[in-house]
Design a protein around this ligand. Structure first.
Ligand code: FO1
Length: 317
C-alpha cells in the first residue's frame, strides 16, 4: 500500500504486540516526518548481560516486517542455538531469546557500553533494520514495572513470562520513576503533535508507564487523543490485560478502558462486537467509532489505522 501523505503530526503511544501492530498500520499511511512512536520501557530488564527492551524491539521488528508472524514479538525464522547452549551450561532459559534477536542485543549492549543513550541506540538499530519512522523509548533512564502479587513483588518479565501472569495482580509500581524523565525527543514530539493515538496496548502496564513520566500526562492532555480498545468482547486479543483489569477491579470491557483513560480521551475506537457499549462510552465525552479492530494481517493493520486517522482528521482537528 502506498504511503498517503497526511499533513497531521501523529504521536502513537505503544507497548506490546497490539501496539506494534497498529504502529505498523499507521506507518503504512503516514510518512516518517509525521509519525513518531513512543514506546513503553517498563517491561525492560537486564538478562544474560543484555538489556532486553521487548516493546522497543517488537515495534522495530514489526515496522521492519521481520517479526515472528504468529507470536508477534521476536524475529521470523528464528533459531535458538545460543539459548540451548546457555541451558546446557546450566543456566535457566525461561526467557526465549533467539539467535538473531541476540545479535541486536549485542549491538545494544555495545552502544550502552560506549555511553550512547537508549534513544540513540534505538535510532541506530532502526536505521540498521531499515525503519524510517522515529521510534522513541519513553525515557533514557531505567523505569521498571513491578507487579504486586500475593507472593510479593515480581519484576515484570518474571511475572509475565516466567510465571505466565498466573499470580493475582494486586497493583503495580514503577521502580526508578522518581529519577526518570521523558526524553527531550518525546516531549518535543508531543509538543508538536496534532493528535495522540493510544494504541490497543495494555492500559496499565504498557501505556500507564509512559503517562506517568513527569510532564507527559499534561502534554497528552493538551492534545486530542484517541484510544483503540485492546479489549474486545470482554477479552484481551493478546496478553493479560483482561485478567489484570478484573483483578484490579475494573470492568473488563471497552467501556472499562474508556473509563480508565477518562478525560484524556477525545476519541475512542471499539470493535463491532462491543457496539452496544458505544452510547455509554460516548456519554463519557469522546467521539466514538465502531469498526473491526482485530488486525489479522498487514492490510488489516492498515485498514484500522486508516479508520483511526479518518476519525482524527474529520472529527478531532
Ligand atoms: N514473551 C513470552 O511470552 N515468552 C518469551 O520467552 C519471550 C521472549 C522474548 C524475547 C525478546 C522479546 O523482545 C520479547 C519476548 N517476549 C516473550 C515478549 C515480551 O516479554 C512481552 O510480549 C512484552 O514484554 C509484553 O509487552
Amino acid at each position: 500500500m502506498a504511503v498517503v501523505r497526511r499533513p497531521q503530526r501523529i504521536v502513537a503511544l505503544a507497548g506490546g504486540v497490539g501496539g506494534a501492530k497498529l504502529a505498523h498500520g499507521l506507518a503504512q499511511h503516514i510518512d516518517p516526518g509525521h509519525l513518531t512512536v513512543v514506546i513503553n520501557t517498563g517491561d525492560d530488564f537486564e538478562h544474560l548481560g543484555l538489556l532486553i527492551c521487548p516493546d522497543i524491539d517488537t515495534v522495530l521488528y514489526n515496522l521492519a516486517e521481520v517479526n515472528h508472524p504468529v507470536q508477534g514479538w521476536g524475529r521470523e525464522g528464528e533459531s535458538f542455538q545460543v539459548l540451548a547452549e546457555v541451558q546446557r551450561l546450566g543456566h535457566e532459559a525461561w526467557f526465549r531469546l533467539g539467535d538473531r534477536d541476540i545479535a541486536l542485543h549485542l549491538l545494544r549492549r555495545q552502544g550502552l557500553d560506549t555511553g550512547m543513550t537508549l534513544t540513540a541506540i534505538t535510532a541506530d538499530l532502526a536505521t540498521r533494520l531499515g525503519v524510517q519512522h522515529p521510534v522513541l523509548p519513553m525515557s533514557d533512564e531505567p523505569v521498571r514495572t513491578i507487579i504486586h502479587t500475593p507472593e510479593g513483588y515480581l519484576a515484570f518479565q518474571e511475572y509475565f513470562v516466567h510465571r505466565r501472569c498466573e499470580p493475582r495482580m494486586l497493583g503495580m509500581t514503577l521502580s526508578g520513576l522518581e529519577r526518570a524523565q521523558p526524553t527531550p525527543q518525546v516531549m518535543a514530539a508531543l509538543a508538536t503533535a496534532d493528535a495522540i493515538i493510544f494504541c490497543p496496548s495494555n492500559p496499565y502496564v504498557s501505556i500507564e508507564p509512559i503517562l506517568s513520566l513527569p510532564g507527559v500526562r499534561a502534554a497528552v492532555a493538551a492534545k486530542p487523543a484517541v484510544a483503540v480498545s485492546p479489549i474486545v468482547g470482554g477479552q484481551a486479543l493478546k496478553g493479560p490485560a483482561a485478567k489484570m483489569m478484573a483483578e484490579l477491579g475494573a470492568e473488563v470491557t471497552a467501556l472499562g478502558v474508556a473509563r480508565h483513560y477518562g478525560s484524556l480521551l477525545a476519541g475512542f475506537v471499539l470493535d463491532r462486537t462491543d457496539a452496544p457499549l458505544a452510547p455509554a462510552i460516548a456519554a463519557l465525552g469522546p467521539r466514538v467509532v465502531v469498526t473491526d479492530t482485530v488486525m489479522n494481517d498487514k492490510a488489516g493493520r492498515a485498514r484500522l489505522a486508516a479508520e483511526v486517522l479518518d476519525m482524527v482528521e474529520k472529527e478531532l482537528l
